[in-house]
Ligand binder design. Structure first.
Ligand code: URA
Length: 256
């Protein structure tokens, strides 16, 4: 692979948050070590350490192809079995809404209702998200419906028992989220909850610390706010107010 291609890959991986590329074949650490004591008189007896295999393109996550489209990404996902989340899923939940939307909401991963229907944010949390988008827009004098916006998740298959996606699952599925965002190129992104915030910003800070301030994914502004599931829990009145404030900020930034 030439240097400029390698640089392209490394930059792409950095955006994906991938820090380690695993090599198939004999790991370097497991390669036969040179014998502890080699008689000086017979240097030719020292076994040559086998050259580390060069990772082939086939083993690397694909770069976003030029002229990428959501359709192409769906085709590439196919009947995905790249991580363990495929084992219990019913449907791959790719994304929904206006494919030219200037605003994209990113959640964590499908729940039971989403897994059954193949559409993100259709359960209780989804209904709250719809109310939040449409209610805030109405109050702010904007004619915006949920269908005008694009909504997707970091992972496309339901984590069993709605657990938080594991880092390797986020890395593997993250390549498709980033291709979605690159294909749509929205004016802003709203990250719902800690998993989406971490996937997009790479920061380990909590939502409480990150929310309300603009972050960035590549050059696109990202607003982090609370996940609607969190807002559904009792005694979260303060967080609800803050989420509404965050949403107002996003809607005005994108649509004014
Ligand atoms: N929670 C998410 O993060 N995404 C969904 O699609 C539904 C619930």
């Amino acid at each position: 692979m030439d240097a400029s291609r390698l640089r392209q890959y490394l930059e792409f991986y950095q955006d994906l948050g991938i820090k380690t590329v695993y090599r198939r074949g004999t790991p370097a650490a497991a390669a036969p070590a040179a014998p502890a004591a080699v008689p000086a008189a017979r240097p030719e007896a020292v076994p040559e350490r086998p050259a580390a295999p060069t990772p082939s393109l086939m083993e690397l996550p694909s770069l976003a192809p030029a002229g990428d489209t959501l359709l192409k990404i769906i085709e590439d996902i196919g009947d995905c079995k790249r991580c363990r989340l495929h084992e219990a899923r019913n449907r791959i939940v790719f994304g929904v809404g206006n494919e030219q939307s200037p605003l994209v909401f990113v959640g964590e991963g499908p729940g039971a209702d989403e897994d059954a229907q193949g559409i993100p944010f259709v359960g209780r949390a989804g209904q709250l998200l719809t109310q939040m988008i449409e209610g805030t827009a109405r109050k702010e004098g904007m004619a915006i419906q949920r269908a005008d916006i694009y909504i997707c998740n970091v992972v496309k298959c339901r984590p069993p028992g709605n657990r938080t996606p594991e880092p390797d699952e986020m890395e593997i599925c993250g390549q498709f989220l980033f291709r979605q965002l690159s294909a749509i190129r929205p004016k802003a992104i709203c990250a719902l909850g800690g998993t989406a915030a971490r996937a997009l910003t790479g920061s380990r800070d909590g939502v409480t610390k990150m929310r309300g301030k603009w972050q960035k994914w590549r050059e696109i502004p990202v607003m982090v706010t609370y996940h609607p599931s969190y807002l559904l829990r009792p005694y979260n009145e303060g967080a609800k107010r803050e989420a509404w404030e965050d949403l107002k900020k996003v809607l005005h930034f994108v649509y004014d």
